[in-house]
Write a protein that binds this ligand. Structure first.
Ligand code: DX5
Ligand code: ZN
Length: 217
């Protein structure tokens, strides 16, 4: 069953607690952290994560769009993330490995993300030591952008590699997901679909989440 991860970047932050209640039938809560350096936007960070942790049992999927994430990965794990995902492009290889081990050392899951310009091959050496591979299907930084179909072969490539080696790593897709693009992602082999604007714009969010999973037509 495909998992859905609504991104609270598209929520109304003045009533975040109530907004979270409306998406609790989803599988993960996607929490986008931006530093204004790795991406041209600034969003939310550790204090908000700590507050969210207190009010929900949902799996918190924290997507770090920050430079040199090894500086902060452990702190996000301690602040309540269940899954800490950071960008392969944002750190030196040695620091990427250090951050993976640090998050695992906290008993949390860890993921690596790639931007549209980064090939799936770059992730292959890490698949055996991470829990999730995130393929960006928009340029990171903003919600509400158009899905890049040209990223789907990366999902297929990762699916093949993960299955061939019998690994547990999940494949997540982030950006521009709606019922039509969700179907393409599921077919390509994605396990987790992030959806921000599409879910938060919907009048019936639970129904939309079910639709993105492929449960409704
Ligand atoms: C973009 C973020 C996404 C974003 C997705 O940089 O990583 O998680 O919230 O938003 P939509 O689903 O609107 O493209
Ligand atoms: Zn994201």
């Amino acid at each position: 069953m495909t998992k859905i991860a609504p991104s609270i970047l598209s929520a109304d932050f003045t009533r975040l607690g109530q907004e979270i209640r409306t998406i609790e039938t989803a599988d993960y809560l996607h929490f986008d952290v931006m530093d204004g350096v790795f991406v041209p936007n600034i969003s939310i960070g550790i204090p908000v994560l700590e507050s969210v942790r207190k009010i929900t049992e949902m799996t918190l999927d924290v997507h770090l769009m920050i430079e040199r994430p090894h500086r902060f990965a452990e702190r996000f794990a301690d602040a309540g993330a269940d899954l800490v995902v950071f960008h392969l492009e944002a750190d030196e290889a040695a620091d990427v490995r250090k951050a993976i081990d640090a998050v695992h050392g906290r008993g949390k899951r860890v993921g690596l993300a790639i931007k549209p310009a980064t090939s799936a091959e770059k992730l292959l050496p890490y698949l055996g030591r991470i829990d999730l591979a995130l393929v960006m299907t928009v340029e990171p930084g903003f919600g509400g952008q158009r899905f890049m179909e040209g990223m789907l072969p990366k999902v297929e490539r990762l699916r093949k590699a993960i299955d061939a080696e019998g690994l547990q790593c999940e494949i997540e897709v982030d950006g521009g997901v709606n019922p039509e693009t969700a179907r393409l992602c599921r077919t390509a082999g994605a396990d987790v679909l992030v959806a921000g604007s599409d879910v938060f714009r919907a009048a019936d969010r639970a129904a939309r989440i079910a639709q993105l999973r492929g449960e409704l037509s």
